[in-house]
Design a protein around this ligand. Sequence first.
Ligand code: SDX
Length: 425
Amino acid sequence: MANSADLTVDGKTYSFPTLEGTENEKAFDISNLRDQTGYVTLDRGYKNTGATKSAITFLDGEKGILQYRGYSIEDLAAKASFLGVAYLLIYGELPTQTQYDKFESDIRHHTMVNEDMRKIFDGFPVDAHPMGVLSSLVSAMSAFYPDVNDEDNTDLHIIRLLAKLPTIATWSYKRSKGHPMNYPQNKLDYIQNFLNMMFALPVEDYTVDPVVVEALNVLLILHADHEQNCSTSTVRLVGSSQANIYSSISAGVSALWGPLHGGANQEVIEMLENIKADGGDVSKYVEMAKNAKSTGFRLYGFGHRVYKNFDPRAKIIKKAADDVLSKLGVNDPILDIAKGLEEAALNDDYFVSRKLYPNVDFYSGIIYRALGIPTNMFTVMFAIGRLPGWIAQWKEMRENKEPIGRPRQIYTGPTHREFVPVEKR
Ligand code: SDX
């Protein structure tokens, strides 16, 4: 039986249809609210507002569940490859071996970047933040591939984005170090190639450590998609104007950079280093976070708009952090501080009552550090992981012919007034 919800306002009752998703999420369909009632809704930060229907990723914030196309994040992190998960997110099914081999080979053979794009790097200060460089270079791709607006070529542009993002990312790092940029090597797989471009130097041999490859495979899978988060909503909104995929993804990179979103992984490490430098007294910082209004201090890596239980990704990363550091023989005091901070916060009513648990960004930086990745590249790693999700969501939005996104507002400014000539102001 079709359900409906009644709303009574100004003495009149209106009925709106309700709908339910495959995982029993429920919604009021208010597509005709303003036409029927003259009212719009107001929902700052869209805490209660669904922007779309989507078949890609499901989160249950209360139960701490995350699934990509119905497969649990725990299963995918343990059993899949990052490119296999990218294929699943973008095309809806786990690839057969033939499908995977073609997808992987296409990506492997598109990793080179136009030599004229290299010249753009020379225009940036050497200490430019790599997220700013990444966003700019991804946007510039629409200039180098003007056929991007031809919808028949979308699969090729998807391959180009997946293939070239790691190359662009590593080039911004190598330039910031004053090291020669490394070209991709077709004999290497996706993650080996990234590591080789990041760390190989012309003066010595570089051997990719399989422990590092496996850790990065898990981290990239964990970051691959997360339904309608800030950066993904940005990609969908920009793409809804029929802007091309490179411009849409570039906007997503910029949104992810914010310290409340993907930039939090860099903030977490800087916060933990400050706590260590300040003597390691985690309870002092828990108190500062509880008095945020006066201290202005926030515990980065804690809290989440959707998860009101443990972020399942944080659980996996926390375990991986122990494994990776012990396999690499790394003893990082920051990890102990992070665990102490987590325990102090999770035993404090301020955090428990607000359901503030560690999120995906809390432990990821500790592993990136152990892998030798510099702090200002952490959010770039998040972007490389999230790219398949952004692509999948952009593709779904276009295939579903979603309308251009254009929210309403409640105006609170001055009512009409006559123009005042300058001599009378
Ligand atoms: C990501 O959306 C996604 O899916 C994002 C993401 C993804 O995969 O795409 O999961 C990735 O962005 C993870 C989040 C990374 N950000 C951080 O770690 C930054 C620190 N956390 C926050 O600033 C905050 O928790 C947000 C932004 C993540 C969520 O903010 P909300 O949902 O708007 O919650 P809120 O700011 O309204 O907080 C509710 C209360 C407030 O206190 P009161 O006003 O009720 O007294 O909790 C407090 C906040 O002050 N609070 C915190 C806190 N986070 C929230 N207090 C101390 N430390 C924190 N980290």
